[in-house]
Write a protein that binds this ligand. Structure first.
Ligand code: 6CS
Ligand code: FE
Length: 280
């Protein structure tokens, strides 16, 4: 991969304010207008989508119809625009401030939630998979999600339960076997489909939502959503005529690096060993 580094003057000195950092830690998420990311970086990432979707390998997870692409994992590893964005001060620099640690990319993915056919994401907390499957001990990872399409109430926005990140892992139970439609898929697909492997107890979800409410993370393309590894979230199927493509970079602190696990997941799902991102 040749590296022609794009000097994006727009990024110089762009960082989160103290109030934004405080809001993230209080609420468990932070949603920023497109101006923070800037037009240039957004269009570079939008232009990268065609290449990312042409990936043909185990990192591509399709919907139950076995046709529609649901997610492509690991674009930070083989797509130049995503690799550069992963080092950008507006993403990695922001993650470093939020985690108060040198950061690395634990996982990246393009979640397509395609028009008419993009399926749901059940209620879940991301951290449960990163603890049990990747041996990461603390939930302080931050999802940095770039909206590549306009996200409205019609095309399956993320629903987030504010302040649900501070009570640890919610009670639930594992689904028996592989999800329907993925019976012959590799075992690591089990936590990547519309039917969560770790199904949260409905009572726990109801209590949390009754107490804290829900927000819908809507915004124009270029919006930036930061959300905590323990935040309770979900999204509905997309029956609208517009895609809801979101590029998510999951940053973790080097002091929270993965510990040894019996069967490590593929590198496109969980980077090991971590390689620190040198961001200012
Ligand atoms: O297993 C994982 O790593 C993925 N699964 C879910 C439901 N969210 C976090 C992560 O992308
Ligand atoms: Fe999630």
């Amino acid at each position: 991969m040749t590296s022609t580094v794009h000097e994006d003057v727009g990024s110089a000195g762009v960082t989160l304010s103290d109030e934004q950092v405080a809001e993230y830690h209080r609420e468990g998420y932070l949603l920023l207008e497109p101006a923070f990311l800037g037009e240039a970086l957004l269009s570079r990432l939008q232009d990268a989508v065609t290449d990312i979707l042409q990936a043909d390998g185990p990192q591509v997870v399709r919907e139950k119809d076995d046709v529609t692409i649901r997610s492509v994992y690991g674009p930070h590893r083989d797509n130049l625009a995503v690799a550069e964005a992963a080092r950008d001060t507006r993403l990695a620099g922001a993650a470093r401030r939020l985690l108060d640690d040198v950061v690395y990319v634990h996982q990246s993915k393009l979640n397509v939630k395609a028009a008419f056919s993009g399926d749901r994401w059940d209620w879940h907390q991301d951290f449960v998979n990163w603890l049990r499957l990747d041996g990461i001990q603390r939930p302080d990872l931050v999802n940095v999600a770039v909206f590549l399409d306009d996200v409205s109430e019609f095309n399956g926005p993320l629903m987030i339960c504010p302040r649900s990140h501070t009570n640890g892992l919610m009670p639930g139970r594992d689904r028996e076997g592989m999800p329907e439609g993925y019976e012959d898929a590799p075992s690591w697909v089990s936590t990547l489909t519309s039917d969560e492997q770790y199904q949260l107890d409905p009572d726990g979800i109801r209590t949390m939502v009754e107490r804290n409410g829900l927000i819908s993370a809507k915004g124009r393309a270029g919006s930036l959503l930061f959300f905590h590894g323990n935040i309770l979230h979900a999204s509905l199927p997309n029956i609208s005529p517009t895609d809801r493509k979101v590029l998510i970079l999951v940053f973790n602190g080097m002091q929270n690096a993965p510990t040894e696990v019996p069967s490590p997941r593929p590198g496109f799902l969980a980077e090991r060993p971590p390689v620190a991102v040198d961001s200012d």
